[in-house]
Write a protein of this length. Structure first.
Length: 397
């Protein structure tokens, strides 16, 4: 007796049913896309809230590890402390964090003392004053640029107009176009408070995580080495270890050096420009420090902002003084500070640096430009290894 249903047709029917069911589910999801996206974003936000402190802790530990090891090596020379490795490591971690916060404290005190022309240590009131000072300088600079451009019939919106536009956008996003300004302001204030609160909480837990990571660096390194060795096998693990070593070589000196260089340049420019009475000294210093995170950008920002700020004030003599000061500071940074802070292992051709910055900016913005050079250095090392491998292979044939 012949089968009514062949196995081939049964498979086709099952596939058709599955296709229709999946299509129906997709249509339902699209119809409920708003609720689905909100749920997805809430889940991602929750995951980030858990993961971000852990990632920040790893970054802090990675940046501070050489300093901890330095203190550890020094303390190991003391016979009494050497007998207790846990105590030695704990003191090293405490000394590292104390040194870090003390340096930041002294740098801020130096900036505040220069601005107020009164030598004293920084306090919470001084931090509040400095924040207001920078805010007022930013507002004044924006208004002066707007007034200057207005003389050439170039109109840009006022700060009040920008804030009003932002409030309107917030209202339209929430779907409450009729919401009054007070409610929007309250919502924005509450949102700002939540952002600050979340930052403080995440920073606190990140510091705790970094302390644990720094305390048990050798144990964690040995454990994860065993894990990757077991998962990858001997040959793949050897390649993985070489790549990891290259990544550490490229990123270690560069990232730590660039961050330290940015802080030093921001403080140095702010202090020197404040003494020379260059207008908007704090803003120029902060912008120069941020610009110095990216190769070749710091000097352009420093010269450009110095000229613009002095022109807005009509201080033509200060333009020459400012340019000379920027030249001296950048010369000291380029020949003394930066080479000592950066790792000598980062050897990338200037053309490759520019290309890497363009790609990094297009892909990841400011963060992409910051990471572009060490990534380019890593890829350059891998390319050189590949060329060397091919040359040796061709010789052996």
């Amino acid at each position: 007796m012949k089968k009514l249903w062949d196995d081939k047709y049964i498979k086709i029917a099952i596939l058709a049913i599955i296709t229709i069911s999946v299509s129906y589910l997709l249509i339902m999801l699209i119809g409920q896309s708003g609720a689905f996206l909100k749920g997805l974003l809430a889940f991602i936000s929750w995951i980030l809230g858990v993961v971000v402190p852990l990632i920040l802790g790893l970054i802090f530990a990675y940046i501070l590890l050489p300093v901890v090891n330095l203190f550890d090596n020094l303390l190991n020379k003391v016979p009494i402390i050497k007998k207790k490795p846990g105590l030695c490591r704990g003191i090293s971690i405490f000394a590292t964090f104390f040194t870090f916060f003390f340096i930041i404290f002294m740098l801020l005190s130096l900036v505040i003392s220069t601005i107020t022309s009164n030598i004293h240590f920084i306090s919470l009131e001084d931090l509040n004053m400095m924040a207001k000072y920078i805010s007022i300088q930013s507002t004044n600079l924006y208004n002066e640029i707007r007034d200057t451009l207005g003389r050439f019939d170039i109109v840009i919106p006022t700060l009040d107009a920008l804030i009003a536009s932002l409030r309107q956008q917030i209202s339209s996003i929430d779907g409450k176009k009729g919401t009054d300004i007070a409610a929007v302001f309250g919502t924005g204030l509450l949102g700002a408070f939540n952002i600050v609160k979340n930052f403080v909480v995440q920073f606190f837990f990140a510091v705790i995580f970094s302390v644990y990571f720094l305390f048990d660096t050798k144990g964690m390194s040995a454990y994860w080495s065993r894990v990757f060795h077991a998962l990858l096998g001997d040959k793949a693990y050897k390649v993985f270890k070489i790549c990891l070593s290259d990544l550490d070589t490229c990123f270690t000196g560069y990232i730590r050096g660039q961050l330290a260089d940015a802080i030093i340049m921001a403080v140095l420019v702010t202090v020197v420009f404040s003494i020379a009475r260059i207008p908007y000294a704090a803003l120029i210093g902060i912008a120069t420090g941020i610009g110095n995170l990216i190769p070749y950008v710091g000097p352009v920002v420093a010269y450009g902002m110095t000229v613009i700020c002095c022109l807005l004030k009509g201080e033509f003599k200060l333009i020459i003084i400012g340019i000379i000061l920027v030249f001296i500071i950048q010369t000291i940074d380029g020949n003394i500070i930066n080479p000592r802070l950066l790792s000598s292992s980062i050897d990338v051709h200037p053309v490759l640096v520019i290309v890497a910055l363009l790609f990094g900016g297009a892909i990841g913005g400011l963060l992409g430009m910051l990471l572009a050079v060490p990534v380019a250095a890593f890829l350059n090392i891998q390319f050189e290894r590949f060329i060397k491998y091919r040359e040796e292979k061709s010789k052996s044939v």
